[in-house]
Ligand binder design. Structure first.
Ligand SMILES: [Zn+2]
Ligand SMILES: [Zn+2]
Length: 317
């Protein structure tokens, strides 16, 4: 394949897909787990600070049940206030909410090694918190994200994700939502619903079933970038049903394991804009194998040496 300039489905973002023939995509070094096995950290059950606990959850058979906030219980997922928040509800100059979701009580268990049920439970918690935080009428924007591995910005080894909610909608997302609206006026449909239909027939498809689809986006900015979307047009993760969460968790687990096998740190995240039903929620999974250099910093155009078609093949294998 020769190099090719590609544009994002809707945003003004450009990437040059420039596969390097010699470097086979799947030859990356096998991961060496950097997670220390024996240490205890600030979000391990025995070290949790009582005043940071928002809510603890545990599985009772197949139901995730809220346990309240007493520290001395056995839990499966914990929601905490961030210990060092950059934004808080009592600061009008940097207003917002930062929460931490501890994804397992076990310090050394990697996210990709959690059960599908547990990962589906984490998705459910994202929905529960989104609903709760949306009740604050000042909040405009909720970002849920995960940093896994040092290069991806994780400061804690213990598997966790974070919620960042502000009264400020970042300008590029405002711009994106306007583009989605213009597309709808022009075509009478949601751009992402259309992308789902198109991508299911390309070599970029990784997996699809009745409920969700996973593919490598046409203009992947990151090596091995993946998107997961619900097939139903939902503007928030809070509306996923149990089957959708299960499907989502199953493919997310597999993708995170494949990225870990490559030895790469990764992020995943999704944006939720309150008051915009036109948006279609999607999760972006971005492995951090590339270092952006002069071209990227200067021009804003990213050069990606791993074509999304090759990356999808790797995930399907
Ligand atoms: Zn820990
Ligand atoms: Zn849609």
């Amino acid at each position: 394949m020769r190099s090719e300039l590609r544009k994002d489905y809707i945003q003004e973002k450009y990437v040059i897909i420039a596969p390097r023939r010699k470097k086979r995509p799947h030859d990356a070094k096998k991961a060496i787990s950097q997670r220390s096995i024996s240490t205890v950290c600030g979000i391990c059950p025995q070290k949790l600070q009582q005043d940071l606990i928002i809510q603890l959850f545990a599985w009772k058979k197949n139901n995730l049940q809220a346990l309240g906030k007493k520290k001395r219980v056995t839990w499966d997922i914990a929601i905490l206030n961030n210990l060092y928040p950059a934004i808080t509800l009592d600061n009008p100059k940097a207003y917002g909410i930062q929460e931490v979701i501890v994804e397992t009580p076990t310090h050394q268990r990697e996210f990709a090694k959690l059960s599908i049920k547990q990962i589906a439970g984490i998705l459910k918690i994202y929905g529960i918190r989104t609903k709760k935080i949306s009740k604050n009428k000042k909040i405009q924007y909720i970002l849920i994200f995960k940093n896994s591995g040092g290069l991806a910005g994780a400061s804690l080894a213990h598997a966790h994700s974070q919620i960042f909610a502000t009264d400020f909608l970042p300008p590029h997302l405002f711009d994106k939502s306007q583009r989605v609206q213009s597309y709808k006026l022009e075509h009478g449909s949601c751009v992402y619903c259309d992308v789902i239909k198109r991508e299911s027939k390309t070599p970029r498809l990784i997996y699809e079933d009745k409920y969700i689809i996973a593919f490598t986006p046409y203009a992947s900015m990151y090596n091995y970038e993946v998107w997961i979307l619900p097939k139903r047009h939902l503007d928030s993760i809070a509306y996923l049903n149990q089957q959708e969460r299960h499907s989502w968790a199953r493919i997310l687990k597999r993708i995170c394991q494949k990225i870990t096998d490559l030895g790469l740190p990764y992020n995943y995240y999704f944006h939720q804009t309150i008051f915009d039903e036109d948006q279609h929620v999607y999760m972006k999974i971005t492995p951090r194998g590339s270092t952006w250099a002069g071209v990227e910093i200067g021009s804003g155009i990213v050069i990606n040496p791993i074509s999304p078609e090759d990356a999808a093949q790797y995930y399907r294998e």
